[in-house]
Ligand binder design. Sequence first.
Ligand SMILES: *[C@@H]1O[C@H](CO)[C@@H](O)[C@H](O)[C@H]1NC(C)=O
Length: 110
Amino acid sequence: MKLILSSLFLVLSAANALILDNPPAAGWASGETVTEHWQTRPADPAHFTLTLESYASRGNHALIAIVETAPGSVTFTVPDVSAGDYVLNAVNMTDDNDIYAQTAPFAISQ
Ligand SMILES: *[C@@H]1O[C@H](CO)[C@@H](O)[C@H](O)[C@H]1NC(C)=O
């Protein structure tokens, strides 16, 4: 019975989490102006920090923006980073390790 309850809880929490849309399959280019969208759920925090993290060297990330959750999108300039694979993270504003959502890996070209 315990097992059934905890799997149900997992399903419910997944349905209540912020979802970051994946960047286009073609990826982005450094310096390009892009818009990232996300889908919100009622229990989401009012703000979060959007970071860009290198997929090859995890933990190496750049701040993109501190955003309000409600509008569902933010437009920004892709930072000048080395070409490679990256993910976007939506993280707690006061704790980078508290990740709310993450995109699939995507390429950034120069
Ligand atoms: C963000 O992290 C802080 C510090 O760990 C915590 O107190 C707070 O509840 C977190 N906020 C959310 C919305 O999870």
